[in-house]
Design a protein around this ligand. Structure first.
Ligand code: SAM
Length: 211
């Protein structure tokens, strides 16, 4: 995603009722934020948030938190969020590396990784959101029977993930390299990147992993 600093983004995020300003304060008690004990799903690197907002609208019996580290990107999601009346979704402007300081063990039921940055250079492999380093973080916050769902159109990142995830001690429950022509597509919610890349003819890959 091309990043441009947007003046006032930090301030808008600070005062937004849709952004959890000091998320560590809710560690172990996110249910108090939502006012119910519905399961919590998070999207790591939500971008402009199309996917997670659509999920929140579709599944009112679940709670959702969209995570995006750049304020200029999160601001775009906030603009859309203001038009929706949804009680079951919040955002956080944090780096996914810090998620284990934000969520208590087992507090998250499902983690969505959609079109994560590929970081093609070997020396940047640790930054990939499916690297063993990040899988360790997810292991600390995900419920025992929870799942990670990952979609991408980047074949190299997908091949890497099919190895790195089992290498980190996880199991691949299902996978496809052509989601839009596979039964795994049932109930699929498209992300911004998915709409863009599938319209260019790129096949979409998806895997679901658990421990
Ligand atoms: N998920 C969206 C989609 O599919 O349309 C956006 C995909 S975009 C390529 C990846 C997003 O992940 C970017 O907005 C980036 O800032 C965010 N991101 C990457 N690494 C992150 C991290 N460590 N923590 C939080 N967000 C991250």
């Amino acid at each position: 995603m091309r990043l441009r600093h947007i003046r006032g983004a930090e301030e808008a995020i600070e005062i937004s009722p849709y952004v959890i300003g000091q998320p560590e304060q809710y560690r172990g008690s996110f249910r108090s934020l939502f006012g119910d004990d519905h399961p919590i799903a998070i999207e790591v690197g939500m971008g402009k948030g199309r996917f997670i907002m659509e999920m929140a609208a579709r599944y009112p019996e679940k709670n959702f938190i969209g995570i995006e580290r750049y304020s200029s990107v999160l601001l775009r999601a906030l603009q859309k969020r203001q038009e929706l009346e949804l009680p079951n979704i919040y955002f956080m402007c944090v780096d996914a590396r810090d998620l284990a300081e934000i969520f208590a063990p087992g507090e998250v039921e499902r983690i969505y990784l959609n079109f994560s940055d590929p970081w093609p250079k070997d020396r940047h492999a640790k930054r990939r959101l499916t690297s063993p380093e990040f899988m360790k973080v997810y292991d600390r916050i995900l419920k025992q029977d929870g799942q990670v769902e990952f979609k991408t159109d980047n074949q190299d990142l997908f091949s890497y993930s099919l190895e790195s995830i089992p290498g980190a001690g996880w199991r691949i429950d299902a996978s496809t390299r052509d989601l839009h022509h596979d039964p795994m597509c049932e109930g699929n919610v498209m992300t911004e990147y998915e709409m863009k890349f599938s319209s260019m003819g790129n096949p979409i890959c998806k895997l679901i992993a658990s421990r």
